[in-house]
Design a protein around this ligand. Structure first.
Ligand code: CIR
Length: 254
């Protein structure tokens, strides 16, 4: 999480039509824009160089750049979303990644959404989900090996969109998890901080350098993180929450 760079994409007007589980209304464009602007400002305030790509009207969920690719300082991996309406996003972001990274690999088969991938200091966890299948996860392990990283496939509990909808790194050895992910085998012995059920939507927190970004409507999570001696920064997330997104989804970081 000692990132120096972040890549974002500005929300399109079509973000109001973003995918969501359930038939509730989507967010207002202005509200999403406000949250996106605050997020970009927060990353800059933590010292990151932030590049913001142009909005893509054809792709309502394209603000969530975390899903079509996975990046490390040494290279990027283009993924293949399991959501048909998002499949075209990877071709849109590929030229930028070719410009920014020394090598760009591709998933050769199957489906993976970046939201299912948690990078821990020791390994890269790939959660199976409605978006990420076994074939894609295995193809990702091959690509990760080319970048000198070890990947491991884990299960995402039913009802959790993406693996990282339910967890986020607090520090090297500590991960915040929803109760469904409170499993020693999943996290290879890392310490787990269980997020209270009424704040489960806030488990998708984001460690950036010395700070953990947490949604402002999740005060108990902020207290738990601060109790671990890590500074938190509260950010508005209620609009992006309406389309099932949290703080990790809006950037690629390296
Ligand atoms: C989707 O369903 O794809 C978007 N509405 C939300 C994506 C959230 N991204 C993430 O968790 N990485």
């Amino acid at each position: 999480y000692d990132f120096t760079h972040a890549l974002l994409r500005a929300p399109s007007q079509s973000v109001t039509q973003g995918l969501r589980d359930g038939d509730h209304d989507g967010p207002a464009y202005d509200d999403v824009l406000r949250e996106h602007t605050a997020y970009a400002a927060a990353l800059r305030s933590l010292g990151l160089a932030v590049e913001i790509l142009e909005p893509l009207e054809d792709y309502p969920d394209s603000i969530f750049v975390e899903d079509p690719a996975l990046v490390f300082g040494e290279g990027a991996i283009l993924l293949n979303s399991g959501a048909p309406s998002r499949a075209g996003e990877v071709a849109e972001i590929a030229p930028t990644l070719e410009r920014l990274f020394p090598q760009v690999l591709s998933l050769i088969e199957g489906h993976v959404d970046g939201g299912d991938v948690l990078v821990t200091p020791g390994e890269v966890l790939i959660g199976l989900s409605a978006r990420t299948d076994q074939t894609g996860a295995e193809a990702l392990i091959v690509a990760l090996a080319q970048l000198g990283r070890k990947g491991r496939v884990v299960a995402t509990p039913a009802g959790v969109l993406h693996f990282k909808t339910g967890c986020g790194l607090i520090e090297e050895e500590t991960v915040a998890v929803v109760a469904e992910l409170d499993d020693d085998a999943l996290f290879g012995g890392m310490r787990r901080v269980i997020v209270p059920a009424e704040e489960a939507a806030g488990a998708n927190l984001l460690r950036v350098r010395d700070t953990v970004l947490v949604g402002e409507e999740f005060p108990r999570i902020r207290d738990l993180v601060e109790a671990h001696g890590v500074t938190t920064m509260a950010l508005p997330v209620s609009a992006i929450g309406k389309i099932d997104a949290g703080l990790s989804c809006m950037s690629l970081r390296w």
